[in-house]
Design a protein around this ligand. Structure first.
Ligand SMILES: Cc1cc2nc3c(=O)[nH]c(=O)nc-3n(C[C@H](O)[C@H](O)[C@H](O)COP(=O)(O)O)c2cc1C
Length: 259
C-alpha cells in the first residue's frame, strides 16, 4: 500500500507505508509546469532512498507500486534580495538543461522585486505559501517538506542580510526556515552577492566562514563593476560557474554521470 500527499502547487508524493525509514515505494510529481528536464538521461533509484512518512490517505491506490521506481534529483534554488536575483530565470533554465533534475524555487519577499515569476518555469514558493498551507495539525509544514524533498540546495544569490541570518540561526521566513532545518548530510551551495563595501566588512568573512564550517559550499563572488557603479568584489559568480559547480557536486553524490 502507498499513500498520496499533495501540496497546493501540485507536487504529489507517494510514500511507503512504514514510517521507520523504509525505502520509498513510489514517488511521482504531477501538474507541474512543463520543464525541459522532463527528458532525463539519469534517474535515481528510489529503492535506495529513505523517507519519513508524510501525510497519508489510507487505501489510496499507488500509481506505481513496483518497488524501485526511478525519480529525478531534486534541486531547491533559494533566491534572496540581491540585484543578482535578476539572473534567477537564467539559472533555473540552465539547471533544467541538466538531464534528470527537478527544480523548485524558494524566494524571499525582497528577491521578488528582481524577477518576474512568469519567467521562472518551475514551482516557486514564498512565505505566503507556508502560512496558507497550514491550517490544522494534519496539514503539511512547507519548510520541513521542502527540506525533505530536496537532494541539494543552492542559494543564489545569497545577500548580506540572509547570510547574516543563516550564520546566526535566524529563521524568520520560508527560505531561512528551510536552511535552519537543513539536513547537513545533503549538499548546500551558496553564492554570496553584495556591494563591495558590504563584502569587505569583517562580518562577511566571519559569516561565510561559519557557513563553510557547517559544511556548506561557497561559490565565491567575483570582482566587476557592480550595478551600483562600484568596482570590486561582491558580484555573484556567473551562472555558468554556478551550474558547473552544481554538476560537480551532483556527480560527487552520484546524482549524475559525468559527461
Ligand atoms: C536595488 C537594490 C539592490 C540590492 N542589492 C543587494 C545585493 O546585491 N546584495 C545585498 O546583500 N543586498 C542588496 N540589497 C539590499 C537587500 O535587498 C536587503 O538587505 C533586503 O532586506 C534583503 O532581504 P532578504 O535577505 O530577505 O532577501 C539591495 C537592495 C536594493 C533596493
Amino acid at each position: 500500500m502507498c499513500f498520496l500527499w499533495g501540496w497546493r502547487h501540485g507536487s504529489c508524493t507517494a510514500l511507503a507505508e512504514d514510517p521507520s525509514s523504509v525505502p520509498i515505494a513510489c514517488v511521482y510529481t504531477h501538474v507541474r509546469k512543463p520543464t525541459t528536464a522532463q527528458n532525463s538521461n539519469f534517474q535515481i533509484l528510489l529503492s535506495s532512498q529513505k523517507a519519513t512518512r508524510s501525510r497519508m490517505e489510507p487505501e489510496a491506490p499507488c500509481p506505481a507500486s513496483i518497488p524501485s521506481v526511478e525519480r529525478k534529483f531534486h534541486v531547491l534554488v533559494g533566491v534572496t534580495g540581491s540585484v543578482a536575483a535578476l539572473k534567477l530565470p537564467l539559472l533555473v533554465s540552465k539547471l533544467l538543461d541538466i538531464p534528470g533534475l527537478e527544480v523548485t524555487v524558494v524566494t524571499t519577499e525582497r528577491a521578488k522585486h528582481f524577477y518576474s515569476p512568469q519567467d521562472v518555469p518551475v514551482t516557486l514558493y514564498s512565505d505566503a505559501d507556508e502560512w496558507e498551507m497550514w491550517k490544522r495539525r494534519s496539514d503539511p509544514v512547507l519548510h520541513i517538506d521542502l527540506r525533505r524533498w530536496a537532494d541539494l540546495m543552492v542559494v543564489a544569490p545569497l545577500d548580506a542580510n540572509t547570510l547574516g541570518k543563516v550564520a546566526s540561526g535566524i529563521c524568520d521566513n520560508l527560505l531561512t526556515c528551510v536552511i535552519r532545518a537543513w539536513d547537513l548530510n545533503k549538499p548546500l551551495l551558496f553564492c554570496p552577492a553584495m556591494n563591495t563595501a558590504m563584502w569587505e566588512h569583517p562580518l562577511t568573512a566571519q559569516q561565510v566562514g561559519q557557513l563553510k564550517a557547517f559544511g556548506y559550499v561557497e561559490i565565491p563572488c567575483v570582482s566587476k563593476k557592480l550595478v551600483c557603479g562600484d568596482q570590486g568584489l561582491g558580484a555573484m559568480a556567473e551562472v555558468e560557474i554556478i551550474v558547473a559547480k552544481v554538476k560537480d557536486v551532483l556527480f560527487q553524490h552520484g546524482g549524475i554521470q559525468q559527461s
